[in-house]
Design a protein around this ligand. Structure first.
Ligand code: ZN
Length: 80
């Protein structure tokens, strides 16, 4: 199931400068311990086990612990 980001994806999230792993939501530095998968136009959260076509796969992004709490279970990966 897709979950719209509702505009919470931070505009600076893809920028460098906040360490290597700025939170995708707020742009604050993270330790890279939690990750979310984004896909589709504008970016939507997808659950860990949802297959995503590579043409719309935006990749995995780091998310901070506080922002991760706002997402339902299944959307946040502890990484590998
Ligand atoms: Zn955040």
């Amino acid at each position: 199931m897709r979950l719209g980001t509702g505009g919470i994806v931070h505009p600076d999230a893809e920028r460098d400068g906040v360490g290597d792993t700025p939170c995708v939501c707020c742009g604050k530095a993270t330790r890279g311990e939690r990750w979310v998968h984004l896909a589709g136009y504008g970016g939507q959260f997808v659950t860990e086990d949802e297959p995503v076509d590579e043409t719309e796969d935006l990749g995995w992004f780091p998310i901070g612990p506080e922002c991760a709490k706002k997402l339902p279970a299944g959307y946040v990966s502890s990484g590998a």
